[in-house]
Unconditional design. Structure first.
Length: 212
């Protein structure tokens, strides 16, 4: 176990992290770091978001919601478990990863392969679905282009979950959504696998489905 962790964290933090009551241990960080997969302590799939953002969302998600994801993975399985009476539609740009995920998703998940622009229409794929979504997750490629489509595909109370939102090159997307009336709630801290923290943001408007 420790040999795995040496690859991910500085030595001075090892003793603290090794304590069974440490935050990282309780959240399953050791397991996720060693497996290189976003999982909890019980080995169940969790999203590769910051722990705080996932915990905030989990308490508010309703089973009948509809969710659209740009990018697929363990987050797809996590959303599928929580919206088991609803629908998850996930758009994946990597053909090899799509083939892996296709055999893992349950029946109420629609997993689609869509090449990136200009050959495909990855960011605009969401427009093929006439129904609006409660949640749109921006956690794949071409995120600025995805943001341009997101607000028009949301229900009136829908929200956007945008991972790695601390990256400066995504600021134009946040500025665009702010002009459309969205506010931004940012969760910065630790998450699965990575030894360094990052940010996951929720973008919302008044009277949103999360009650923010």
């Amino acid at each position: 176990m420790l040999r795995c962790v040496f690859r991910h964290v500085p030595f001075f933090g090892l003793l603290q992290l090794a304590q069974r009551k440490s935050f990282r241990h309780r959240m399953g960080w050791f397991r996720s770091a060693c497996k290189g997969m976003s999982v909890a302590n019980d080995n169940q799939p969790i999203p590769w978001y910051t722990y705080a953002s996932a915990a905030f969302l989990k308490d508010r998600i309703r089973p009948e919601w509809s969710v659209f994801e740009y990018g697929s993975g363990n987050s797809t399985l996590w959303w599928a478990e929580l919206v088991h009476k609803g629908k998850v539609i996930s758009c994946e740009h990597e053909a090899a990863w799509y083939e892996i995920m296709r055999d893992r998703v349950p029946d109420h998940v629609e997993l689609h392969y869509q090449a990136l622009e200009p050959e495909g229409n990855y960011s605009g794929f969401i427009t093929r679905h006439p129904n609006r979504f409660d949640v749109i997750v921006i956690d794949g490629r071409q995120r600025l282009a995805c943001a341009e489509y997101a607000s028009g595909a949301l229900k009136s109370g829908g929200v956007i979950v945008w991972d790695n939102s601390d990256r400066e090159d995504y600021r134009p997307g946040f500025d665009l959504l702010q002009q459309q009336g969205f506010k931004r709630l940012e969760f910065t801290g630790m998450g699965p696998i990575n030894s360094m923290g990052w940010s996951t943001s929720i973008l919302y408007r008044p009277n949103n489905c999360l009650g923010i």
